[in-house]
Design a protein around this ligand. Sequence first.
Ligand code: PMP
Length: 369
Amino acid sequence: MTDVRIDDLPVREELRGKSPYGAPQLDVPVRLNTNENPYPLPEPLVERIAERVREAARNLNRYPDRDAVELRTELARYLTRTGGYAVGTENVWAANGSNEVIQQLLQTFGGPGRTAIGFEPSYSMHGLIARGTGTGWISGPRNEDFTIDLAAAERAIAEHRPDVVFVTTPNNPTGNSVPPGTVLALYEAAQAAKPSMVVVDEAYVEFSHGASLLPLLEGRPHLVVSRTMSKAFGAAGLRLGYLAAHPAVVDAVQLVRLPYHLSAVTQATALAALEHTDTLLKYVEQLKAERDRLVAELRGLGYDVVESDANFVQFGRFDDAHEVWRKILDRGVLVRDNGVPGWLRVCAGTPEENDAFLDAVRELKKEQH
Ligand code: PMP
């Protein structure tokens, strides 16, 4: 085939020279780089998924429930039970991963001629999905310690008047949470400037020492809380994300969603997983304990560690983080270099995986002395 590269194609200007999202998928013994849950789904749940998918398979000649009503009802029940705030089916929308939720939100509230802001370093896909939807991206500031610099953030919102404001809490890759007061102040600033939509990305909230920000939805129709089953539910392969918001927001995203975007197989699998919520959340407790152990041990070794409310830990500081990443990989452990200068991120795995990681960094420390 003739040698044709992306830039030889008539791709949109803003995609030229850009790279796709690319956490390495390497075949190494210990993979602690994509914030996955290390525990496979328990066997009774696997059986239940098979059962529900078998039922769904009998109707695969038909399109699935376009509005995923049963699934949204169960997600609403889960949020009400765990989030400190009562939501109903009409408040919840689901899609293929929270990435698709974010994409639908940007297609609805962003787009050409509009902008979105995030406070970086944060989840890189917010900016990438903004680009993919033709939404201008504004990189807002953070403090040296990775907390949000509220005064600077308010200034950036007043100056740029973005249409969408992203707040990731707990934040990825740094792990720290954003205090509710800061989120409220950002919401007020965003309303004063535009008004715009504020998307609180709570992908990791089940691992937090604190509470969900769901109660902030009360009386705030421009607030959206986004969630996922990829982390706490240990179902990254399922691709199921969801949001909670005012019912008008749920109506609005339906203007852009593809018809039948959530397959019958996905809906059946997610419903089976939700039946096993309590079992799955027990793994969350183990992972939180392991996360706290990683923080303590890394600090004990003399590393700087950002306080973590997530299932991962950002540690440093390194003159050359990428070289350290490579040395840890040489010892069979894959962590993440997010391109935050001087820092790496490790995700909490099983106790054995975390031991392997800690042994690797201990060896590195010895090498330095
Ligand atoms: N938000 C944040 C902050 C994330 O870290 C991730 C996954 N790494 C997502 C959203 C997307 O998750 P998913 O599409 O698997 O739901």
